[in-house]
Design a protein around this ligand. Structure first.
Ligand SMILES: NC(=O)c1ccc[n+]([C@@H]2O[C@H](COP(=O)([O-])OP(=O)(O)OC[C@H]3O[C@@H](n4cnc5c(N)ncnc54)[C@H](O)[C@@H]3O)[C@@H](O)[C@H]2O)c1
Length: 425
């Protein structure tokens, strides 16, 4: 496909000769191709989704157990570069017939071989881009682990690959799927706008593996969870950030596993994140501890129990607490990756866009990378220029001609995200 054709991508539509002749404009042609790919990805409602997992590490092990337990999915294969790793995960996943689960080294090849409906990708972050690109071009929908990729240019490239293939790609932001998070979102919708929100994460952890050497592990491994949750709960997007990191001498991490970051959001409110793996005692839950201050009320959540919703009016506060009390017990509902899997399979069955589709996820990851840049440069970082810089890097690194031409046609990354949002209705 020529770059001329691709200048008509969604968000940058320019009427052309084709339209004058009455044939669909290329933007429409892409939309039709995307609709066809979505139909092709459709999973019948009368059987579970056939799942291959690529990456049989810590998270692959958790995913395998969830898929085996899930009412909407069945585990048909596991792949890992490390010999014996898939077999170890299969042995512990509780499958009724472990011998029926295929194993391999290449997740995409294995998914094609066994006719999988979905590839779940909990490989290490540096492998997210190459594995997902191959899967999307092979027509296999991907449910990828957070963070979407290792770098922001790679994440922007995946937006382009998702657009040109039309194959569904959702990033599993597991912490968004707690019922309490939905309750906080409802509270903000009813009592906002917010003015200041904080998430505090503190757990003493000495992780083994890639996190020990990762640059900015707290922001990249944990910050992403809170940033995505904040966008979902507050209904606002990031504009700019200032941030500082610390690396105490007792830290086992090469880089800062302690960080503080303050985001300016699109409605003028502030979102403050504090996170550490270096402090002992008085731990928070993995979800962080939340305080959300809004015009008509304040909510707090310890990250595990029920949220506490308050206003300046005693009756309204009592009504809100009664509403929380009558909600189903959070422990009785699927959450985290179990709920994320249900969302992806349901979306594929209904041929609709899943929550956390890569376009929707990009700004959560941009918050991480903006905070990383703010720590590195010691300055306030604005999100949009960072996205444009990353887009240029993505174009320079892109080896797929169509994806490169598509990104070159974009007026700005923000325009592409806005056009996508508008198309969702
Ligand atoms: N949602 C959550 O709560 C949560 C929790 C932990 C980890 N994660 C995410 O899950 C991902 C994996 O983390 P982890 O702790 O399981 O890491 P890990 O190092 O334990 O496991 C990763 C596995 O991927 C394999 N791998 C790497 N590249 C591969 C490739 N190209 N093909 C096949 N296999 C490949 C490795 O051999 C390893 O077995 C990360 O993105 C991490 O951020 C999410």
């Amino acid at each position: 496909m020529s770059s001329e054709v691709l200048t008509h991508a969604p968000g940058v539509h320019t009427p052309g000769a084709d339209e004058a002749l009455g044939t669909p404009a290329p933007g429409e042609a892409r939309a039709e191709a995307q609709a066809r790919a979505r139909q092709a990805a459709r999973i019948p409602a009368d059987r579970p989704a056939r799942v291959v997992i690529v990456g049989a590490g810590l998270m692959g092990d958790w995913w395998a157990r969830e898929v085996v337990d899930s009412p909407v999915a069945e585990l048909v294969g596991i792949a890992d570069l490390v010999d014996g790793a898939p077999q170890r995960v299969i042995a512990g996943c509780g499958a009724a017939d472990p011998a029926s689960i295929a194993v391999g080294a290449d997740g995409v090849d294995l998914a094609l071989e066994v006719g999988a409906d979905i590839l779940i990708n909990p490989t290490v972050p540096v492998a997210h881009h190459p594995v997902t690109v191959r899967a999307l071009h092979a027509g296999i929908p991907v449910l990828g682990e957070k963070p979407v990729t290792e770098t922001l240019p790679e994440a922007i490239s995946l937006v382009a690959h998702a657009e040109i293939t039309g194959v569904p790609f959702m990033v599993s932001q597991s912490r968004r799927f707690f019922p309490q998070v939905r309750q906080l979102r409802q509270f903000v919708a009813d009592h906002g706008p917010t003015v200041i929100t904080s998430a505090f994460f503190s757990l003493f952890e000495e992780h083994e593996g890639y996190r020990r050497h990762q640059l900015h592990p707290m922001l990249r491994d944990m910050g992403i969870h809170a940033f995505d949750t904040a966008r979902y709960v507050l209904g606002t997007d990031p504009v700019a950030v200032t941030a500082r990191g610390a690396r105490p001498e007792w830290s086992v991490y090469d880089h800062d596993a302690t960080v503080t970051a303050t985001f300016e959001m699109s409605d003028g409110s502030l979102f403050v994140y504090n996170g550490t793996w270096n402090a002992r005692g008085a731990t928070t839950w993995w979800n962080s501890e939340w305080r959300i201050g809004a015009q008509h009320g304040t909510a707090t959540w310890d990250g595990s129990g029920l949220p506490v919703l308050t206003t300046a009016d005693e009756e309204e506060t009592a009504r809100l607490q009664a509403w929380i009390a009558e909600q189903p017990d959070p422990d009785s509902q699927p959450d985290q990756i179990a709920a994320s899997l249900i969302e992806f399979v349901t979306a594929l069955r209904e041929a609709r866009t899943p929550m956390c589709e890569v376009h929707e996820n990009l700004l959560s990851f941009a918050m991480v990378e903006a905070a990383v840049a703010a720590v590195d440069h010691g300055t306030r970082i604005e999100i949009d220029p960072l996205l444009e810089e990353a887009k240029e890097q993505a174009i320079a690194a892109e080896t797929h001609p169509e994806a490169r031409a598509l990104m070159q046609s974009w007026t700005s990354v923000r325009d592409v995200l806005d056009a996508w949002q508008e198309a969702q209705g």
